[in-house]
Design a protein around this ligand. Structure first.
Ligand code: XIL
Length: 300
């Protein structure tokens, strides 16, 4: 499976309000077809990585609503039959589980300002109409274990399922810091969270896994950290495999050479992925391979 990091975001696809530039996204599709890979699409609605003409355009709510509806329709239609699953909306909640302020929610929003998850529901309904076969995901950061944000995601999903809002799954990003994730309690929280979401009849995809390590000026992590990283990878892969509703595990890139972690952490972290900067497999790679080879837990 392949997912473009940035090539299907607004900033890449939309040079201006009338134009769609699908070249980068199409390149990913071509690569996937040659290598017989599935494609996950990312992402149709987000408050980041948008072009300036959109964020600084001072559009009215009704104009924004039309722009977003048209964008979702055009992009899903363009990749219909190729993108099997979409991150329809990305990071709509804050760490307290409240709906985040954003251009799409309330600044000025698409017409549902102050109405909580109503705008999220709207974008899922629009997306489903265009490609009823595509799997539609809500993708979120830092709501992997049990905390206020994952409680809010769960509550939203429960409400959406009860009212037949067309949604198929939750994407857990899993950009995980080693400091928190080398404890069994975090992994147990992840398993419990996957279990409660899948019990609603949803799929869970791990969508953006990387395990950032503190590094020195030469890019070298502390002694033992690569093994700690491998353990974290192993535990996360196992938590997914042990639940039949967890149906994808994806890393955010694959080689440390092109990981976003460096620039994102101002170069104090790195080494987050299973392959090093020279494309050699690390301990994390062997750990993942071993767990995947062991497969899912046998049914009881
Ligand atoms: C990151 C990309 O990797 C970078 O290239 C880009 O500059 C910023 O966005 N959560 C997401 C991803 O859902 O879209 C982000 O990707 C990483 C955090």
């Amino acid at each position: 499976m392949v997912e473009p990091e940035d090539a299907m975001k607004w900033r890449a696809l939309r040079p201006d309000s009338n134009t769609y530039d699908f070249r980068q996204g199409d390149e990913v599709v071509r690569f996937a077809q040659i290598h017989q890979m599935k494609i996950r699409g990312h992402c149709l609605v987000w408050d980041h990585d948008n072009p300036d003409w959109l964020t600084q355009g001072h559009f009215s709510s009704s104009r924004l609503s039309r722009l977003l509806h048209e964008h979702i329709t055009r992009v899903i239609k363009h990749y219909k039959g190729q993108v099997f699953a979409w991150d329809v909306i990305n990071e709509a909640l804050d760490e307290n589980g409240e709906v985040r302020d954003s251009i799409w929610y309330n600044k000025p929003g698409i017409g549902f300002s102050g109405q909580g998850t109503a705008y999220i529901e709207q974008v899922f309904r629009w997306a489903h109409k265009v490609d009823p076969k595509a799997l539609l995901f809500y993708n979120e950061a830092e709501g992997e274990g049990l905390n206020r944000k994952s409680d809010a995601i769960y509550a939203m999903m429960k409400d959406f399922k009860r009212r037949n809002v067309p949604i198929d799954g939750v994407g857990l990003q899993m950009h995980v810091p080693t400091t928190e994730w080398d404890t069994p309690v975090m992994v147990a929280g992840l398993s419990a969270n996957i279990a409660r979401l899948t019990a609603l009849g949803l799929q869970v995809h791990i969508t953006e896994l990387d395990v950032a390590l503190p590094i020195d000026a030469n890019g070298v992590p502390q002694a033992g950290d690569l093994l700690r990283e491998a353990d974290i990878y192993r535990n996360i892969v196992r938590a997914c495999l042990d639940n039949p509703g967890c149906t994808a595990i994806q890393t955010w890139g694959f080689t440390d050479k092109y990981s976003w972690i460096g620039s994102h952490s101002r170069h104090i972290c790195g080494q987050g992925l299973p392959f090093d900067r020279t494309y050699q497999p690390k301990s994390a790679y062997s750990a993942v391979l071993k767990e995947l080879s062991a497969g899912r837990a046998p049914p009881h």
